[in-house]
Write a protein that binds this ligand. Sequence first.
Ligand SMILES: Cc1cc2nc3c(=O)[nH]c(=O)nc-3n(C[C@H](O)[C@H](O)[C@H](O)COP(=O)(O)O)c2cc1C
Length: 171
Amino acid sequence: MNFFEVVEKRHSIRAFATEPVEPEKLQQILETANRAPSAGNLQGYEIFVVKDAETRAALAKAALEQGFIAEAPVVLVFCTNAARSAQKYGRRGETLYTIQDATIACTFAMLAVTAVNLSSVWVGAFNTEAVQEIIGAPSGIVPVAILPIGYAAVEPRLTPRRELADIVHTI
Ligand SMILES: Cc1cc2nc3c(=O)[nH]c(=O)nc-3n(C[C@H](O)[C@H](O)[C@H](O)COP(=O)(O)O)c2cc1C
């Protein structure tokens, strides 16, 4: 699959098979996240890899009972690390760049998931403090995106997009 085929193929999946994620695929996904650009190359984020079933169930509960998080054999939690970005960029680093760094890394991971024929869905609806506690993240390491990963148990639901002319403002 070339890049454009990966983008075309990626759809959110909210039901996962019990089949495990191969360790080499997970490694490839994490290495792809690590290739993401970041402000000043400071990589102001942390990635928590959750495989334990009980912890996945707790994450699902903390994410407004989105049960598919517990189904996915691997769940990545992307967190900001504001202190890293603040070193060089002060307030802009801790309020903006750290979030951008974490979410670009999550985007890279999400596309890599598709490229290795796995599926995922970006989850943003969760109780931040609860997730922070579940993964044991120290204060200052704040969860911003959860990415459950696994083999799809359903066909994707295709979603429409805004017209480009509505989004793009050429000036
Ligand atoms: C910031 C963000 C937060 C999201 N949060 C959730 C979520 O909590 N639960 C969920 O099922 N999907 C969530 N999604 C997935 C979107 O619903 C999905 O990407 C969108 O409907 C387009 O569908 P597609 O991903 O299949 O193209 C989120 C996506 C983004 C980018």
